[in-house]
Every structure is written in structure tokens, then in C-alpha cells.
Design a protein around this ligand. Structure first.
Ligand code: UD1
Ligand code: UDP
Length: 378
């Protein structure tokens, strides 16, 4: 097939697990539409966790920079990203570069595109905590991307409003919903068709039968140096209850592993496991009573499934889950975390008030909206 002259080249850039999860619906949509020539560049800022998503989504990258280094620093990573992504842009000469969220890859992708005067579309635009150290360094990454982007795909009206408040041109801001809901719905359909995709937790589910499952994730850089230890102490205390079991897929960052393994290894009802692929994580979301997390994406998925989510952060750029009542900020103080978990476990009314399914983050059609916006922007 020859390229029609109107066909746009879109370079989709991502590098970490959450970007891949939120970007695969966009790649699927763009690749299915003849108006686009789609090129995918992964920085592989994450390796194993990124590859897990690529495999389930069935996406092969056209460019793989393979940049992950053990315990990488922000400056070395950012420098390598800028150079590597710039070279790919020089080779591909895209009409658009699409980035997602607030990672180093997304920020460097936007900056490299700006240096070449290539238009940038930002997926999940407009999230703001208004504190540049929470989350760190993501709040500044997003602001940089927001300054550069020509198309801002805001997941919610709150996010769109935050961009307007920063004097972003209103005609470039569109509320599309968050593609994480597209991803969650897609993976749920895949599991329904092929249950074996999420059957790998079977042994653990049998071991913990009759116990109340709490799912845990934790990886935030701003929690290094004290915060992670506090979180681990809270988990130890929660695990003293014989009626609960905690399933904790541990982020491979050595700073996280070191603490969690030192504090939690060997506890009978705490399963420290490898990062789960997306279908298995969806299974964990389905079987747990409560999620305890400092993750961004989990704050969006849990409300969609009506799972109470306690957020181990001081502030959040995703206030919609709090407003909907399914998410609550609990910080990293162990006593507070334990109290909040015990309240949810012991007070049916408190649990019921949080365990209601809401979809403040999207309706599962975000990727097709983003595709149409790109097509119409020419
Ligand atoms: C990154 C993002 C953060 C996002 C998070 C999602 C930045 C600055 N941070 O943080 O916004 O919320 O991803 O998880 O962009 N590692 C592995 N295997 C993997 C992935 C990571 O071994 O598959 C280890 C490596 O030692 C790596 C380290 O984790 O150096 C840190 O990875 P990095 O991407 O720099 O930071 P995250 O904390 O994962
Ligand atoms: N996730 C996963 N396996 C895991 C833990 C999380 O697939 O073991 C998914 C989760 O469903 C969510 C995303 O990874 O979509 C969140 O990634 P992470 O917490 O690493 O990053 P953040 O969202 O905080 O940027």
C-alpha cells in the first residue's frame, strides 16, 4: 500500500509500565485507522515491567532505546532520553509526537519534539497537585509538557480547568477521559475470553482462602528515605490480624525492594511477589477488599471497580477519586494507615460508603476521541 499524501505520521513515545498501559489503547486505535502512519518508540526506561505490557497488548516497538540501568538517576536517565528520542525523531520526522502522563520519558519526548518544532499531543494532560515535590519529579514534568503541547487531552474537567488556569489556549484543551479505563475494560474482556491469562494467582488465592485480601503497591520516589519504612511498619501491624492477607507485588526499584524485603519477608500472611502483568493485576483488583497504594494509576482503576483505595500520599493530583468517595488520602504515618485499614475492615458502613463503583476518570472511549482529535488537527 502506498501512503496517501494526507496520511499523518504519528510517533508514540513511552517508557514505563503505566505509560504503556495507558498508551496501548491509543496505539491500537491509531494502528487500526488508515489516516495514520504509526511509529512506536519505547525508551525502555522500565524493562521487565514495560515488556509485560507490550506482550499482553500485542505491540512491537519500531524503536527500542533500551535505556534502563539499575538504580538509575534522574539526570543520567533524562540526558540519555533526550539524545535517544531526538535521534528517533530525526529519523522518523513525524507530524505529531504523542506522550502520556508525567514520566521522564514523557517529559524528554516533549522537549526533544519541541527542539525540532514537532507538534506534541499530551495524553492525560492537566493533572496538578500544585506541589512540585509531591509527586516528585512528576509535577514539574507535567508542567513542562503542558507548556509545549499543541493538543492537551485532559482526562477530566478538573484537569482541563487546571490547564485553563495556566493560560493554555482553550481551543487546544479537550476532555477525553483517561485511557486507563479503556485499558482496564480491554483487559477485562481479554480475561473473560481467556481466563488462563489471569489464573496465575490461583495458588496464592488457595493459600489465603477465607482471609480478607488487601492489595498493596508502593514505589514513589518521594517516599524513599523514611516513607517506605513507615509503610512497611504499617503493613507489619496490619498483618498481625489473622483474618487478613496482604498481596504485594513489589516494584523492582532496588530502593523499594531493599526496604520491603528487610521488613516484611517471612510473614505468613504477607505475599511479597514479583510485579504482576496487567491481567493478573486486574485479578488482584477483583479479589481484594481494599487497595493500599501510592500509585497514580491504581487511584483511577480502583474507583472504576468500586474498590476502596487508601492512598499513601500527602496530596493527590487525582482529586476525582476522593470526591467520588472511593479514594482517601492517608499519608505515610503508620498509625494513620493502620487505623484507616482497620476501620474499613471492621465498620461495614464505612466500607460500604467507599465501595461504590464510579467512573470519574472515563468511559472507555478515550482512545478513539484522542485519535479523532489528532485526525482533525491535521
Ligand atoms: C518511574 C516514573 C514514575 C512512575 C513509575 C511507575 C520517572 C522519573 N519516574 O518511576 O513517574 O510513576 O515509573 O512505576 O519517570 N526497574 C527494574 N525493572 C523494571 C523497572 C524498573 O529493575 O521493569 C528498576 C531499575 O533499577 C530502575 C529503577 O527501577 O533503575 C527505577 O526506575 P525509574 O523508571 O527510574 O523510576 P520509577 O521509580 O520506576
Ligand atoms: N500494575 C500492574 N502490575 C503490578 C502493579 C501495577 O500491572 O504489579 C498496573 C496498575 O494496574 C496500573 C499501573 O500498573 O495500571 C500503575 O503503575 P505504577 O503504580 O507503577 O505507576 P503510577 O501509576 O504510580 O505512575
Amino acid at each position: 500500500m502506498t501512503d496517501s499524501p494526507a496520511r499523518q505520521t504519528v510517533l508514540v513515545v513511552f517508557g514505563t509500565r503505566p505509560e504503556a498501559i495507558k498508551m496501548f489503547p491509543v496505539v491500537h486505535a491509531l494502528r487500526a485507522d488508515p489516516r495514520f502512519r504509526v511509529r512506536v518508540c519505547i525508551s525502555a526506561q522500565h524493562r521487565g515491567m514495560l515488556d509485560q505490557v507490550m506482550a499482553i497488548a500485542g505491540i512491537t516497538a519500531d524503536h527500542d532505546l533500551d535505556l534502563m540501568r539499575p538504580d538509575q538517576t534522574l539526570d543520567a536517565l533524562t540526558a540519555a532520553l533526550l539524545t535517544g528520542l531526538g535521534q528517533v525523531m530525526d529519523a522518523e520526522k513525524p507530524d505529531w509526537v504523542v506522550v502520556q502522563g508525567d514520566t521522564a520519558t514523557a517529559m524528554a519526548g516533549a522537549l526533544a519534539a519541541y527542539y525540532r518544532k514537532i507538534r506534541v499531543a499530551h495524553v492525560e494532560a492537566g493533572l496538578r497537585s500544585h506541589n512540585i515535590y509531591h509527586p516528585w519529579p512528576e509535577e514539574v514534568n507535567r508542567k513542562i509538557i503542558g507548556t509545549i503541547a499543541a493538543l492537551h487531552c485532559a482526562p477530566t474537567e478538573t484537569a482541563a480547568e487546571a490547564l485553563r488556569a495556566e493560560n493554555v489556549a482553550p481551543e487546544t484543551i479537550h476532555v477525553t477521559g483517561n485511557t486507563v479505563i479503556d485499558a482496564l475494560q480491554w483487559v477485562t474482556r481479554r480475561i473473560a475470553d481467556e481466563p488462563a491469562l489471569a489464573a496465575g494467582l490461583g495458588e496464592l488465592e488457595a493459600r489465603f482462602a477465607g482471609r480478607r485480601i488487601i492489595g498493596v503497591t508502593s514505589h514513589r520516589r518521594e517516599n524513599f528515605g523514611g516513607g517506605l519504612e513507615a509503610i512497611a511498619r504499617a503493613i507489619r501491624t496490619i498483618a498481625q490480624r489473622p483474618d487478613v492477607a496482604l498481596i504485594f507485588p513489589v516494584h523492582p526499584n532496588p530502593n523499594v525492594r531493599r526496604v520491603m524485603e528487610a521488613e516484611l519477608a517471612g510473614l505468613d500472611n504477607v505475599a511479597l511477589i514479583e510485579p504482576l502483568d496487567y491481567p493478573h493485576f486486574a485479578r488482584l483488583l477483583a479479589i481484594c477488599e481494599i487497595m493500599l497504594t501510592d500509585s497514580g494509576g491504581v487511584q483511577e482503576e480502583a474507583p472504576a471497580l468500586g474498590k476502596p483505595v487508601l492512598v499513601m500520599r500527602e496530596t493527590t493530583e487525582r482529586p476525582e477519586g476522593i470526591a467520588a468517595g472511593t479514594a482517601r488520602l492517608v499519608g505515610t504515618d503508620p498509625a494513620r494507615i493502620v487505623t484507616e485499614i482497620f476501620t474499613l475492615l471492621d465498620d461495614k458502613e464505612a466500607y460500604g460508603a467507599m465501595a461504590r463503583a464510579h467512573n470519574p476518570f472515563g468511559d472507555g472511549k478515550s482512545a478513539s476521541r484522542i485519535m479523532e482529535l489528532l485526525a482533525n488537527a491535521g
